[in-house]
Design a protein around this ligand. Structure first.
Ligand code: ADP
Ligand code: MG
Length: 702
């Protein structure tokens, strides 16, 4: 076996050469045989079907058609030179144009003969057109001709490659040349024999061959299934290994449920816990007496009461002589948590302090000193908490709110804060569909708070176009006159902070015309404000002094103003579903009926309309997350964008949910029996992991 044969540069393939190799590198980042092997077709075309010209339609992608060649000539000169041809069938015509250096066609093709063409169809003046079609003489039995018949792979070959003489067909030829050179043993198996047998998978070499050159649809499907299996198994193995390590890591034991927890529970809890909250508290209780470090994710829709669960967990830590901390992603949120938690714990004489980047000087020094001396049991803050200078006497629990903004690297810095890693409780309001959670958070135990506190009325959501703005404003006015408050949110234009600010300022002025100064107070918050100004404005809204908060999406995470009953989202079509759901969750936090208004332009895309409809019809975060994943694909789900772990060449976490679950079980069983993958039968998996590592950076995921 010579595994390095796959590293051979592409130029050493028949039909490639230096120039084409350079083109393949710059256009598709393909440099060697192994990479070419894994550059899969994106679809296939059944070349046995020939569509009459008269049946060609607008919007057809690749089709095969045929007719008599009635005209063929060269046009233009120099770089603009092109060949034109006309194919006629009955009274229908198909115009063809070949660009680039294609003069040889003038000799090869014969007017009056019948041809088959294959290409992408467009229409010009009602007449179908093909640019750079493949063309072959029509023979009575199509399969007799070498290049026609069976499934033809379609590769995404860019326009640029096309101009450099590599079209879909020559790309196929190159791939064929590769297989001519490649003995089966040059492509080692990456799956254990037992797995291949159990799931009746094609061997790797055969699968690769068949994905490029399938004889039948069944063979193609088997090839794709095998290669998807390998992608998903690799990602689930990586997850299973981390999970196994997590589960066996020694952790602190919190055996006591004692005074602080019990007193709080009996005397200070402002409400009865929901069933879901109780269940989650029970789950994390089991974790902290197990002797292993807890790594638990609590998923709960906005407003489901995650904070209270976190507070109870912190009290457990305190009862067992440990300190606890909570990290929030923003200054505003950390402050709000601090104030809320302090108000709850102060009556019990439990000191709570806040630590953010803005707390400096003596306050900071005092806090750090008390923390190290063990005089400060509870610390709330931003990621300022993980700095090395922040030393705890005995940290036992770290709560991370809105987890997606903290990466694994940051999490592990927390671990170093005590001689054993503290328990970690992560809370997220981003509902993640199950299959995605398996891939993304597979290393964590997951608890779900799937119940809202009682008495909440579902938020009423409507979608209105700009034309109804006056009515919408009148509605907001009626709510405010009832003593309520309202949010008006503008999208953040990432590319242009300036434009963003201008549209916000314009919006502010516009809101002001409906809500004049002498009667209403409007606060404005945006990313360009200095932190203290932002804070001040936010505070005006939180305190109720300002009835309206005009802002960009900075309010998205966590802010709690129960009196606010209207969320108006401007240019709602520019937000993703998860983000709309997060924003909407800012209202409906009190007992009153709340409303969400999605304002969009009159003309919006079908996809935007679907998004608006999903929001109008549902307030269920999990349903919305599923829809979001369907519409955008898992790679774009809010907060997961940067994670390479979700990039698969073939697999799709939505469509292949069943396969994900299978691979998860297979991976768990393998890792359970052989944690280091050192048994002889698991040797192929090392190749699999090394191979997929280039694509999957597991450590990037939070
Ligand atoms: P989130 O899960 O979005 O972080 P919070 O913890 O901020 O939600 O809770 C939202 C609101 O619901 C808060 O005002 C909180 O006091 C209240 N709340 C939480 N649990 C309950 C409960 N069991 N009964 C009534 N209100 C609750
Ligand atoms: Mg929260």
């Amino acid at each position: 076996m010579r595994p390095d044969i796959l590293q051979t540069p592409l130029e050493f393939l028949k039909g490639v050469g230096t120039q084409k190799a350079a083109a393949l590198k710059s256009a598709l980042e393909l440099t060697n045989w192994g990479e070419l092997l894994e550059y899969y077709p994106y679809r296939y075309f059944d070349r046995t079907q020939i569509r009459p010209i008269v049946d060609l339609n607008m919007g057809d992608d690749y089709v095969q058609s045929g007719g008599v060649l009635t005209a063929l000539y060269e046009e233009g000169d120099g770089r603009k030179k092109r060949i034109r041809g006309l194919l006629v069938s009955g009274i229908s015509r198909l115009e063809m144009t070949w660009f680039g250096n294609m003069s040889f066609l003038l000799d090869k093709l014969v007017k009056g003969e019948r041809y088959i063409v294959f290409g992408k169809v467009s229409f010009f003046g009602g007449i179908p057109q093909m640019a750079n079609p493949e063309i072959e003489p029509m023979v009575t039995a199509p399969t007799a001709a070498t290049n026609i018949g069976g499934l033809q792979p379609l590769y995404s070959v860019s326009e640029r490659l096309n101009r450099m003489g590599i079209n879909n067909r020559s790309f196929g030829k190159i791939t064929r040349a590769l297989f001519d050179k490649l003995p089966p043993e040059a492509v080692p198996e990456t799956l254990p024999a037992g797995v291949v047998r159990e799931f009746q998978l094609l061997p790797r070499y055969q699968a690769l061959r068949a994905i490029h050159f399938p004889e039948t649809e069944a063979e193609r499907d088997a090839a794709i299934a095998r290669l998807k299996f390998e992608e998903l198994l690799a990602s689930q193995l990586a997850v299973a290994k981390v999970r196994k390590a997590n589960r066996s890591r020694t952790g602190f034991v919190f055996p006591r449920v004692a005074e602080k927890f019990n007193t709080f529970y009996k005397e200070y809890l402002p409400f009865e816990l929901t069933g879901a909250q109780k269940r989650v508290v029970k789950e994390l209780r089991d974790d902290v007496i197990s002797g292993h470090q807890m790594n638990r994710l609590v998923q709960g829709d906005v407003g489901s009461g995650k904070t209270m669960v976190a507070i109870l967990a912190m009290l457990l830590a305190l009862d067992n002589g440990f300190q606890a901390c909570m990290m929030a992603p923003t200054e505003i949120l950390a402050t709000q948590h601090y104030e809320g938690i302090k108000a709850l714990l102060e009556p019990m004489h439990i000191p709570v302090a806040l630590l953010t980047g803005r707390i400096k000087g003596k306050d900071r020094r005092d806090t750090l000193k008390a923390l190290e001396a063990g005089m400060l049991p509870v610390l709330i803050g931003t990621h300022a908490l993980i700095e090395d200078k922040v030393k705890f006497q005995n940290l036992g629990l770290a709560v991370i709110d809105e987890q997606h903004r903290f990466g694994v690297a940051q999490r592990s810095r927390l671990w170093a804060k005590n001689h054993l890693p503290p328990h970690v409780l992560i809370m997220t309001a981003t509902p993640i569909p199950r299959t995605l959670a398996m891939s993304l958070y597979g290393d964590l135990e997951v608890s779900v708070i799937d119940e809202l506190p009682p008495g909440r009325k579902p938020i009423q959501t409507v979608h209105r176009s700009d034309a109804h703005r006056v009515k919408v404003m009148e509605f907001i006015r009626s709510e405010i006159d009832k003593g309520r408050q309202a949010y008006v949110v503008y999208p953040l234009i990432e590319e242009s902070e300036k434009l963003d600010f201008e549209s916000l300022s314009e919006g502010y002025e516009q809101v002001k015309t409906f809500f004049p100064d002498h009667k209403y107070h409007i606060a404005m918050v945006h990313g360009r404000q200095p932190a203290d100004e932002k804070e001040r404005n936010m505070q005006r809204f939180v305190s109720g002094e300002a009835q309206i908060l005009v802002s960009t999406t900075v309010i998205e995470v966590g802010v709690n103003v129960p009196n606010a009953s209207v969320m108006l989202i401007e240019s709602a079509e520019r937000f993703g579903l998860s983000q709309l759901h997060q924003l909407r969750g800012r209202v409906g936090r009190g007992a009153d009926q709340s409303f969400c208004v999605l304002l969009t332009g009159q003309q919006i895309s079908a996809e935007s309309r679907t998004r608006m409809n999903v929001m109008v019809e549902s307030t269920d975060g999990f349903y919305i997350a599923e829809k979001d994943m369907e519409l955008r694909g898992p790679g774009d789900i809010y907060g997961t964008r940067q994670s390479g772990a979700l990039k698969f060449k073939l697999a799709n976490l939505v469509e292949d949910a069943e396969l994900v679950a299978i691979c998860r079980n297979v991976a768990a069983a393998i890792v359970e029996a052989d944690p280091t993958l050192s048994l002889p039968e698991n040797q192929p998996l090392h190749r699999l992991l090394i191979q997929q590592k280039q694509q999957t950076a597991w450590s990037d995921i939070s």
